[in-house]
Design a protein around this ligand. Sequence first.
Ligand code: ATP
Ligand code: MG
Length: 395
Amino acid sequence: MQDKYGDVQVTAKKDVVGEKIFNQLNLGFQDCILVRGKLKKFAKAPNGVELIPSEVKILNKAPEKLPIDITGVTDSELDLRLDNRVLDLRNPRNQAVFQIQHVLLKSIRDYLCDQNFTEIVTPKIIGSATEGGTELFPIMYFDKEAFLSQSAQLYKEQLVSDFEKVFELGACYRAEKSRTKRHLCEIYTLDLEIAFADQHDVMNVLENLIHYCHTQIKEKCESELKSLKRWETFEVPEVPFPRYSYTEILHLLEKKANFKIPWGEDISTEAYRELEKILPSFYFIPDWPMSMKPFYIMKNQDDPKISQGFDLQKGWLELVSGGTRVHNKEVLAQQLREKKLNPASFESHLRAFDFGMPPHAGCGLGIGRWLLIITGVEDIREAIFFPRTPDRLTP
Ligand code: ATP
Ligand code: MG
């Protein structure tokens, strides 16, 4: 018998428990039952005890033939598993992924609250494009068009002027038809924003947050990590994380991997895979070209081609993007124009900058991707309860 706390052996000998209980216990796999009885020490049973039943109730039956194997003996195909997700999540390996997520989310909150961050909640239905991208899901809002928010960016920046240190754990939506193992259409992110701070302060918070959360998981999730065959390889990374500017990364790629990327171009997944061979753990990439960062990122004061935006990588995988934000309204309006966006469409956002907006910086981190890094699971669809992808809207 199994529940969320683990397995217990129910021992029912006919001459001890009687015929009725003995017959009742002729059960199918995954039937839902309630058993009352006496626990007895039994070293050979899981957890060292067995239960001698005095009462059995059958609460619900499961079909004799289940659509997927959840014992881990045979692998079922991922799409079939996702079609039967509720059942799939009873597989101990999948239970482990989300038990770890639970500890991770609590650890994030504990750490940030301890550092005097205030948890915020921002709207997910928005009237206009958050960052001016094209990756928005339009929705009908009564008789008007509205959108699902692609990030908490603008609202967390507004709220940082009231609460100074804020974070949000919430959903956001990306209407990208990416069919990769690291992209979803509905994602759960940690957003944080800090007043009187720059990108270096944010990098410091991030590496300490990751160190803290990994330490908590190593302490509290031993059985889960073992069930994922991750106990030996799971890493509590040393801080500080190394920092290599975008330009240094290009040099590194050319020198160590013979991989040439012209300055100003994006680093491809293939290139990141090469980088992982050189930099397998966490590392920051600051000083990206301004052309590749959004309008709200501040320019480098000495070289306006370079931004004060950074990414945090774990090997090949991008986990975080962040940076110092523009806090001056005129500069922000100018940068909107430089990105071919119309400041008039951002009027209500720009108004927040009229009332003494402090200098600030922040970042956004994908929880699903963090879970990939921790658990070693390879496909992000396994790191979310009910994935939304271009091909999947149910269950
Ligand atoms: P990528 O280049 O990997 O598509 P991005 O740079 O577009 O990501 P950001 O807008 O910087 O993503 O979002 C912040 C973080 O949110 C990312 O670093 C990543 O961890 C996560 N994230 C973004 N888009 C997705 C997605 N479609 N699916 C899963 N996680 C995502
Ligand atoms: Mg990014």
